[in-house]
Write a protein that binds this ligand. Structure first.
Ligand code: ZN
Length: 739
């Protein structure tokens, strides 16, 4: 069947002149993201042929405290679930990043200044020659046959003696050791040891410590980006059986569940742990401050082996020291009860004991609600000197009081760090994106939920909002990069804003202002559940959020993720019209009946700066028959006249100065002191990306109009958002305000 449609165009539809060339801001991003296939569907879900490799590890490791070395023997069982036969595999050797000959890698600061600290000079020149990196003693197959290896910086190629066929598995045995690095010696050290000269003790924070499988995937083949410190990790899931031998008086906090508590914990400690398992309201001390101080003095030369098992994790980390104070409590989630535990030296007191385990609990609850229940048996926060770093079930979190005192700001940042690192259990430890390539995928999504946790559980804390990102978004475009930039290509000064806060604000805008909370939350949950224990790419996230909300977000992704444009909308003009009817005769077929608009205002074309000239005069005529064309019915003239009679009509013109298209929120303040808000979708900009006009009828007389009144869209210049034009604040006033 065909319909013949007759459109009658009147002068209402004028072609708005565009001042600049069309940029296609609403065009689909299909050519900018991966093409869907049987592995990854067009809806953003894992496809029917989705596959993923798997690697199980059995590791025995020993910390030699006198030499600060870690020695290990491991068996990797590698499952080739790919459709491909493999003749070689790649194994990651992240410890090699600090090797002397690899100094071009991980070189994050490289400029000299007039005056520099010795520490910064060490970062720059590696002035202390430390023998970092692995000694690989042997690499063999399960029959003890040597496997040929080639090391390329932080990666090792292992040639297999027989082809690893699709669907089969192989075992690789590696024996290795490395000197544990002093965390203070290297910039961006996430692991290593921290030495406490006062009591001659060490806290070992052991991570990316064992040679482990690189990811082989449908989109990358073998992951081939070297570890250069900023870009983190791409890892496969597997089960771990790990035995760690440490001095007898050490306490270990680790990924996984402790298998031999009888052999490593005292009877008192085990009893207290049983109490903690039933303590849902507050932590129970497993090792008190006094006990930890007594432990510090032991300096045992005997050893003890701790055994941990972890199921379905993509990494494994642990901390070991005789300095640890330890508290624990249970957290009940709908489908899991988790032991939330904190380990800290006395230097973390008193604040760590007061806030750490509670912060874990808050993180576990809010993230579980927003995605899926935390699936692991334990969730641990270990106190360190600085920065936070995440691993499955355990995180190393920086921040200590000075002489027992801590500022409110430092305390808030410490709690924020704990929640953030606990949150990384979801992104990327379970929803396992490639951190080496896309830092924003885990940091952005995690910071989004971390900020939501702060807002819900710590409402008085400072948190990220669209306003937070304004200084970054209005920065020098020559140093700005789009969010869709590879992790290691971002500047040290910019990655926090670009990979953490900008994606967070983007998600906040989608949730609060573009999609709406209910629909967005469902879609976000959908993404997390679709990709848990899998490897999502950016396209999978982009597609899922559209697919699960019936919202075309290509314009948003294109602008927010692929460009460095910012939001700056200008309320350029507001025109006020008013219709007065002093004579109404709709029966007047001659069309001479006119609605006379009475106004004292001068209806000249000058642009008003405020409403003082009063409404402009317009003429409303009866629609002539010929304008209806083939339509036999007619609009109700009387009804239309009644609707507009005596009311205020406002035509507003908005100019897009920043480049990003966004929804438009308009606040109207009325003469009688009341106000209302109109919310218009970003689609307004589809046909003219630079300037739009919209017309509104208001019963009441408007005294002011403001764009983005609640700062929802990170508008970088709010001085041009109002009518009547507000007085421009002087540079000096701004400076004073910023102070
Ligand atoms: Zn993070």
């Amino acid at each position: 069947m065909r319909f013949f449609l007759f459109f009658v165009f009147t002068s209402l539809f004028t072609v708005q002149a565009q001042t600049k060339p069309w940029q296609g801001k609403f065009e689909p991003i299909d050519n900018m993201i991966a093409v869907p296939n049987t592995y990854r569907t067009a809806s953003g879900a894992p496809g029917s042929a989705y596959w993923q490799q798997r690697a199980n590890y059995k590791i025995k490791a020993v910390i030699d405290e006198s030499n600060n070395t870690l020695t290990g023997e491991e068996t990797i069982t590698y499952f080739n679930n790919s459709p491909d036969d493999l003749s070689y595999v790649w194994i990651q050797l992240e410890q090699n990043v600090n090797k002397k000959e690899n100094e071009d890698f991980g070189n994050l600061r490289n400029s000299m200044r007039d005056s520099m600290t010795t520490r910064n000079l060490q970062f720059l020149t590696r002035a202390i020659d430390f023998p970092a990196g692995y000694s690989i003693k042997s690499v063999t197959d399960s029959s003890n046959n040597k496997l040929k290896t080639m090391v390329n910086n932080t990666m090792m190629k292992v040639k297999l003696n027989t082809i690893l066929k699709s669907g089969e598995s192989t075992k690789i045995l590696i024996s290795w050791s490395y000197p544990i690095t002093d965390r203070s010696m290297y910039l961006l050290s996430r692991e290593g040891y921290e030495y406490f000269p006062e009591d001659d003790n060490t806290v070992y924070l052991i991570a990316h410590w064992f040679p482990r499988m690189a990811v082989y995937s449908d989109t990358e083949g073998w992951q081939n980006q070297q570890f250069q410190k900023l870009g983190e990790f791409a890892l496969e899931f597997g089960d771990y059986e790990v035995e760690i031998t440490v001095p007898q008086d050490h306490i270990i906090a680790s990924t996984g569940e402790l298998q031999n508590s009888d052999a490593v914990l005292s009877k008192t400690q085990r009893k207290r742990l049983e109490v903690a398992k039933k303590s849902f309201d507050k932590p129970v001390m497993i090792i008190t401050k006094e006990e930890a101080i007594a432990n510090e003095k032991q300096k045992s030369t005997k050893q003890k082996t701790w055994k941990f098992n972890a199921t379905n994790v993509r990494d494994f980390a642990f901390a070991s020291s005789r300095k640890f104070i330890w508290d624990a409590q249970a957290v009940k989630l709908p489908t899991n009860t988790v032991m939330a535990m904190s380990f800290y030296p006395k230097e973390g007191l008193p604040v760590w004991q007061e806030v750490s385990t509670e912060a874990i609990k808050n993180g576990l609850e809010i993230y579980s609600e927003a995605t899926f229940d935390y699936p692991y048996p334990v969730c641990i926060s270990v106190n360190t000197s600085n920065i936070g770093m995440e691993f499955p079930m355990i995180s190393f979190n920086g921040g200590r009081p000075i002489n027992g005192e801590i500022t409110e700001k430092a305390k808030q940042s410490m709690i924020g760090t704990i929640i953030h690192e606990v949150g990384h259990n979801w992104f990327p430890m379970i929803v396992s994106s490639d951190e080496r390539k896309w830092m924003w995928m885990d940091e952005g999504l995690n910071t989004f939920l971390h900020q939501r946790t702060l807002k819900e559980r710590y409402p008085s804390f400072a948190s990220v909002t669209p306003q937070t990102i304004v200084p970054f978004m209005s920065g020098d475009k020559n140093i700005l990069r789009p969010i869709m930039t590879n992790s290691d290509n971002e500047l040290m000064t910019q990655f926090g804003s670009n990979f953490y806060r900008k994606p967070t604000v983007g998600l906040q805008m989608l949730r609060h202002s573009i999609i709406g909370e209910e629909l967005f939350d469902e879609a976000f949950k959908e993404y997390a559940n679709r990709w848990k224990y899998k490897h999502p790419n950016p396209a999978d996230l982009f597609r899922t959020l559209e697919d699960a909300t019936a919202t075309d977000l290509d314009w948003f992704y294109r602008g927010w993720f692929f460009t460095t444009d910012h939001v700056d909308m200008e309320l350029s003009h507001v025109k006020w019209f008013k219709v007065y009817e002093d004579e109404l005769n709709i029966e007047d077929k001659k069309g001479t009946s006119k609605s006379k608009i009475a106004s004292q205002a001068d209806s000249s074309k000058t642009i008003n700066k405020d409403f003082s000239n009063g409404p402009e005069v317009i003429t409303m005529t009866t629609t002539p028959d010929k304008a209806y064309g083939q339509f036999l019915s007619r609009i109700d003239e009387a009804q239309v006249r009644k609707q507009v009679s005596g009311k205020n009509i406002y035509e507003i013109t908005i100019t897009n100065i920043g480049g990003l298209v966004m929804p438009v929120t308009i606040k109207w303040e009325f003469k009688d002191g009341t106000s209302e808000i109109d919310r218009l979708p970003a689609d307004l900009w589809r046909r003219n990306e630079y300037e739009i006009q919209e017309t509104f009828i208001k019963e009441k007389e408007v005294i002011s109009v403001t764009l983005d009144p609640n700062f929802e869209f990170a508008d970088t210049n709010t001085e041009n958002n109002s009518f009547p034009k507000t007085e421009t604040i002087s540079e000096f006033e701004k400076f004073k305000h910023n102070k």
